[in-house]
Write a protein that binds this ligand. Structure first.
Ligand SMILES: *Cc1c(COP(=O)(O)O)cnc(C)c1O
Length: 393
């Protein structure tokens, strides 16, 4: 596969990273092996010393994992990609590989809950400090910079209120502060947003979500320059949070349908957002695809769709929100997202339950807020299921 060709993302998703064996198989092979044979003792020595390129052990390299890495790198337009055992392993590996004690991170306030725990508890213990700022408050990013700031970290669009970061502007601010900009691109996927083209230095993925797309496997990835990724690979080799070949194979097949799935998620989410907005028992809807959402214009500039996740406030408080959730018969009550199955969750008491009341209020996570990760069921069935509770409020 000539990876110098100028194919579109959807084509790389299907054709990128294929390295066929002599058997001529059409589909990607799954190499379920922990180690590899050497022809003789001299070759073993050369492989171990790195004089000869080639497989040694699947904590270092595996052909199926490599195919996934190459495919995702082509889709994101990255020089290099490193697959990891989960999205959190991708963030941990990035921090461990690129930062050291005494360094400082500026991070958007409403990142994934475990990311906050990783930074506050474990990176802090290693001497890496973090300042949190509002995703859209450019002045706050600027004034949070210190002499030792090494990394900007953000998610866009944000969870669950669909705020959107001005990635090119933040890339400029990061650059003048001498920091790298890392974007967690899990919600947008390379189908909707290309952070590197927008000026970011590093991309983080939780492959667990849309890349799998059917809620089966955990995995993640870090993408960036060859130089940066060599450091990340070094961490994986010695410390082990690498992707299993089985999961890599599932993700390879997931990527093949990512384009059509993500567009269908967006279509269903847009229809649901518009329907909710017109519902008398709904107070407010948060979806960047809606013209009156504050992020609509920016999202239209830097994304080619608005994603599959939306949230809304029902009229009332926790009781009313819980009633809507408990009345559903079709939707799955779970915090996962990016699945063909639509999921529904009450952020204030689950995903955002561990933060303080003040932090929750500041983040806009009110008691009457419900998040829906819109799946691929027929839109009329999704609406009807939400009506069961909404119409009884
Ligand atoms: C789920 C998620 C993660 C963590 O990924 P895991 O695969 O669950 O470890 C990180 N960032 C975002 C935005 C996520 O949704």
């Amino acid at each position: 596969m000539a990876d110098t060709k100028d194919y579109q993302t959807e084509t790389w998703a299907i054709r990128g990273g294929i390295d066929r064996s002599e058997q001529g198989e059409h589909s990607e092979l799954m190499y379920l092996t922990s180690s590899y044979l050497f022809e003789d003792a001299a070759q073993a020595a050369e492989r171990f010393s790195g004089e000869e390129e080639g497989n040694v052990y699947s904590r270092y390299t595996n052909p199926t994992v490599k195919a996934f890495e190459e495919r995702l790198a082509l889709m994101e337009g990255a020089e290099s990609c490193v697959a990891t055992s989960s999205g959190m392993a991708a963030i941990l590996s990035t921090c461990m590989a690129l930062l050291q004690s005494g360094d400082h991170i500026v991070c958007s306030r409403d990142v994934f809950g475990s990311t906050t725990m990783l930074l506050n508890k474990f990176m802090a213990k290693m001497g890496v400090s973090t300042t949190y700022v509002g995703l859209t408050d450019l002045d706050a990013w600027k004034s949070a910079c210190q002499e030792n700031t090494k990394l900007f970290f953000l998610e866009s669009p944000s969870n669950p209120l669909c705020e959107v970061a001005d990635i090119p502007a933040l890339a400029e601010i990061a650059k003048s502060a001498g920091a790298w900009l890392a974007v967690d691109n899990c919600f947008a996927t390379p189908i909707l947003q290309k952070p590197l083209e927008l000026g970011a230095d590093i991309i983080i993925h939780s492959a667990t979500k849309y890349i799998d797309g059917q809620g089966r496997c955990l995995g993640g990835a870090v993408l960036g320059s060859k130089e940066q990724m060599a450091e990340v690979v070094g961490f994986l080799r010695s410390c082990g949070p690498c992707m299993s070949p089985f999961n890599a194979w599932v993700f390879l097949k997931g990527l093949e349908t990512l384009g059509v799935r993500v567009r269908a998620h967006c279509e269903n989410a847009t229809a649901l957002a518009e329907w909710l907005q017109a519902h008398p028992k709904v107070e407010q809807v948060f979806y960047a695809g809606l013209i009156d959402h504050p992020a609509h214009q920016l999202a239209s500039q830097q994304m080619s769709g608005y994603g599959g996740v939306l949230s809304f406030r029902v009229r009332g408080g926790r009781d009313e929100a819980w009633k809507v959730i408990n009345s559903t018969e079709l939707l799955s009550l779970t915090a996962n997202l990016g699945d063909a199955k639509t999921t529904i969750v009450h952020p204030a008491t689950t995903t955002h339950g561990r933060i303080s009341d003040e932090e929750r209020a500041a983040a806009g996570i009110t008691e009457n807020l419900i998040r829906v990760a819109v799946g691929l069921e027929h839109i009329e069935d999704i609406k009807a299921d939400l009506s069961l509770g909404l119409d009884r409020l």
